[in-house]
Design a binder for this molecule. Structure first.
Ligand SMILES: O=C(O)C/C(=C\C=C(/O)C(=O)O)C(=O)O
Length: 254
């Protein structure tokens, strides 16, 4: 089953998603994929892994961490499928990051690695944009790199965990304007999902809807206003996002 949330008649509305990726309301009404007003598929804490693929750490000339490098993002960053993310004026490097996102399905505290997968409710696709002008080293707050409004598209929907046979063997791909730019596989995760659930649930209680962005493989490229970015995780979904200028973004708020 695929579950999502759309804005319908001005209200946040839970829907299921059919085989054509259209939204289906409770009463059976179908809203075409390209017409639906997609929202982030859940609320919750947003955990993000840094440098959780050794090849990505290497392309930034970092060593892969020996303990998970996790940061929290604010809800201001979240955005649904087919929405616009702005590129701040005057920056030189804005990079997409295609990620598998594991969604917590039930309350988890001090969960062992062995039991951890029972606490995953589903999976979605995330794009953890980075303004790399401000990347300094990896033990630092990363507000300027990763916390801008609109910089975390997520969705379009959550696939139930039971429908993803092996989350540790999924292809990740990013396309800019149809051209393949990033390609990796979750089999290369430095810290896998059970490890992360054990690690995080030892620090704090995890609740249904919490999201674990598991990191991105190598393959960075700069994105500019007008670019369409598609991040895709095999068997989980295809998330579309468009880059706009900061000026256009600010104008859209009025
Ligand atoms: O910006 C970086 O690449 C380093 C980093 C975070 C990286 C990710 O989000 C990732 O590897 O997916 C950091 O916070 O230092």
């Amino acid at each position: 089953m695929k579950r999502a949330r759309i804005l319908f008649n001005g209200e946040l509305t839970a829907v299921t998603v059919n085989d054509n990726n259209d939204a289906v309301l409770n009463d059976g009404t179908v809203i075409a994929e390209a017409e639906a007003n997609w929202q982030p598929p859940c609320d919750g804490k947003i955990f993000v892994l840094g440098l959780n693929y050794a090849d990505h750490a290497a392309e930034l000339a970092f060593k892969a961490p020996e303990e998970p490098l996790v940061f929290l993002k604010g809800p201001n960053t979240l955005l649904g499928h087919r929405k616009n993310t702005y590129r701040p004026d005057g920056v030189d490097y804005m990079h997409y990051e295609c990620e598998l996102v594991a969604i917590i399905g039930k309350t988890a505290k001090n969960v062992s690695r062995e039991e951890a997968m029972d606490y995953i409710g589903g999976y979605t696709v995330g794009n953890d944009y980075a303004i790399r002008d401000y990347l300094e080293n990896y033990y630092r707050p990363n507000l300027r790199v990763k916390s801008r409004d609109t910089c975390t598209p997520v969705g379009p929907y959550i696939v139930d965990a039971k429908d993803v046979a092996d989350p540790h063997n999924l292809a990740l791909k990013t396309y800019i304007n149809g051209e393949l730019k990033q390609s990796g596989n979750t089999s290369d995760l430095v810290f896998d999902i059970p490890y992360l659930v054990e690690y995080l649930s030892a620090i704090m209680t995890l609740e249904p809807g919490d999201m674990i962005f598991t990191g991105t493989p190598e393959g960075l490229a700069d994105v500019k206003p007008g670019d369409e970015i598609v991040t895709e995780v095999e068997g989980v979904g295809r998330l579309v996002n468009t880059i706009i200028s900061e000026t256009d973004y600010l104008a859209s708020l009025n």
